[in-house]
Design a protein around this ligand. Structure first.
Ligand SMILES: O=C(O)c1cc(=O)[nH]c(=O)n1[C@@H]1O[C@H](COP(=O)(O)O)[C@@H](O)[C@H]1O
Length: 291
């Protein structure tokens, strides 16, 4: 008999994610159906191939990782039929009890942002998972409609802050008009939204596990965010346990390590995928939770 969940499904995203990380380890598995992976798995580059790929990852990983992160781009490239697969994945993940972070990196002027929020964060919307990645580079304030709708529906956001790609630094390390860096100002704005939340607020940041000294260099106070820190870059982009410890230091207990190709390369067999996810989750737990 499985234990009763300690956190209600109505709890805010931050609380649900904290519980899932405690239960399953601080790992998020990315669903990124690259053409090369579809080929490697013996699947067609078509909506049917995407569907088979996605549902296999879900079956392998549910109950063994804290969250799934479908990368919308790989579904969008198949048009409406690809989006239908994304909708099916989000619904199936909900039934399987694993949290989903839809990685669509939306960001626009406020009035358009309200429509993105409606698409990805409204109860009953077919593309709404548990959280969405968003871009603050039109100004953090432009995200207000998404922040407000996420708060009222118990969903979460992951706001880009220090991204895993080397090009990100040219914008994120730059200094704003008030003299702070862009990254530090994004983190401070997220911290403001998370004030008082326990055990974790629902406004997370994206901070790549590959960014080295960037948090210190930009005076970004990750420990003060009081929200989850999504850390892509684990696995295929070269980061591992040492990088996770180094980049996040005192903030490491809030980190959700994220790996896509590093796990997906172990497919197509369910057992192989599951073993890769379990190993990546154990590595993340050792790096982030020990001591
Ligand atoms: O928001 C993201 O997840 C993200 C932010 C970032 O800074 N870097 C980054 O790689 N990602 C996403 O994380 C995934 C990384 O995939 P792998 O390199 O295969 O693990 C891709 O879907 C990226 O779009």
């Amino acid at each position: 008999m499985s234990a009763a969940p300690l956190v209600s499904s109505d709890a805010p995203f931050g609380a649900r994610l904290a519980a899932a990380m405690d239960d399953h380890g601080p790992l998020c598995v990315g669903v990124d159906p690259h053409v090369s992976l579809l080929q490697q798995w013996g699947l067609p580059d078509s909506p049917d191939g995407l569907r088979d790929f996605s549902l296999r990852v879900l079956e392998a990983v549910a109950g063994h990782a804290a969250a799934l992160k479908p990368q919308a781009a790989f579904f969008e490239r198949h048009g409406s039929r690809g989006l239908a697969v994304l909708e099916e994945l989000v619904a199936s993940a909900r039934d399987a009890g694993i949290l989903t972070i839809v990685d669509a990196k939306r960001g626009d002027i406020g009035s358009t942002m309200a429509a993105y929020a409606d698409a990805f964060l409204r109860d009953g919307s077919p593309l709404a998972g548990d959280a969405l990645t968003v871009s603050p580079f039109l100004g953090f304030g432009s995200l207000a409609p998404a922040l407000d709708l996420a708060a009222s529906t118990g969903r979460g956001l992951f706001v880009l802050c220090l991204t895993s790609n080397p090009e990100g630094a040219s914008v994120q390390h730059a200094t704003t008009t008030d003299g702070t860096t862009v990254a530090a100002s994004v983190a401070a704005a997220a911290a403001q939204r998370n004030a008082g939340a326990t055990p974790l607020g629902s406004v997370g940041l994206v901070v790549g596990a590959t960014v080295g000294e960037a948090a210190t260099a930009t005076a970004t106070d990750l420990a003060a965010v009081n929200g989850p820190l999504l850390a892509p870059g684990v696995g295929a982009q070269g980061a591992g346990a040492a990088e996770l410890r180094h980049v996040f230091g005192d903030a490491r207990r809030a980190v959700l390590a994220s790996s896509s190709r590093g796990v997906l390369a172990a497919g197509p067999e369910i057992l192989g995928l599951r073993a890769a996810a379990v190993a990546a989750s154990a590595q993340a737990r050792d790096a982030l939770r020990a001591g």
